[in-house]
Design a protein around this ligand. Sequence first.
Ligand code: TYM
Length: 339
Amino acid sequence: MPNEPKTQAKTPRVFSGIQPSGQLTIGNYLGAIRNWVAGQFKSDPIFCVVNQHAITVRIDPNELRRNTLHVAAAYIAAGIDPRHSIVFVQSDVTEHTELTWILNTITYYGELHRMTQFKDKTSKLKQDAISAGLLNYPVLMAADILLYQADQVPVGEDQKQHVELCRDIAIRFNHHFGETFVVPEPVIAKVGKRIMALDDPTRKMAKSSDNPGSYILLTDEPDTIRKKIRKAVTDSGSEVVYDPKHKPALANLLTIYSLFSDEEIPAVQERYVGKGYGAFKTDLAEAVVAGLAPLQARMAELMESAELTSVLTEGADRARVIARKTMDAVNDRVGMNWK
Ligand code: TYM
């Protein structure tokens, strides 16, 4: 209808987070943070350092404190603007654990037990070595998202199943207790959604790996990056072509190259016709080194300044207001407010 006034679509609320369980890898950066930065001003974004997730496996408390600041510094150094986005630490907003308990009561053991990540993390452990926290972790993640009534959750592919469980929990709660939660959508980038390990293209690049040669950390020195890329496994043959089925290692390296150089994969591929893996790897290393340099410089600066503390304190104050509102509605719906 030509004369009808256009209804303004609501700016989507975005929520995402990273566990401070170790130093961040380029997988976290390319699969998550980079996309948060790109979509930041088209949304109403909240980015959390999810430190309560990081204690589902044993971690030294001092290391956890250091990692928490490191992850927050990475968000800001990568371009998250705390004047626009809310940036905060999970444990500063106690509503996360408060809502987790309530959601635990409507989540089934079978659902949690079937989570791929739970199965992967526990397949080699005895039952008595698996904490209940590790099993319940997706419920805490659902609470993170639902507290803020998030419309979109930008994550790497490995977290899709957890966001889908969060949707199921939200739908179930709304059904039992009345419309309370926005049902969120996972948002997964086409390129970079699953950066693979440098030593094994069938495994995801992960900060928890035992082999440091399998990942590149955001804080790795240029020479370490060059060495890791030189040693990265490649596929048989010598041609630089993007063929994930037959050349998975190279497809992964081309993806990394394309994201760091902001060039489409076919354009990168074109440049290396007839040049072989050696030249490609040398240039890839330089692209990664150059791409990380400004981020590393800003991270170092932030780690030394008081700026980070004030950003996180203010972020928690802003987050708490939103979280409390949801929590009050939830308590009301389930009958916790008895007065
Ligand atoms: P975490 O801390 O393992 O990873 C943080 C983000 O990085 C992405 N990612 C990758 N993307 C591409 N390739 C890789 N190799 C790679 N490795 C990690 C992850 O998909 C994720 O987006 N449970 C979550 C954290 C979390 C959360 C939340 C996320 C807690 N609450 C609420 C979103 C919303 C986790 O452990 O991600």
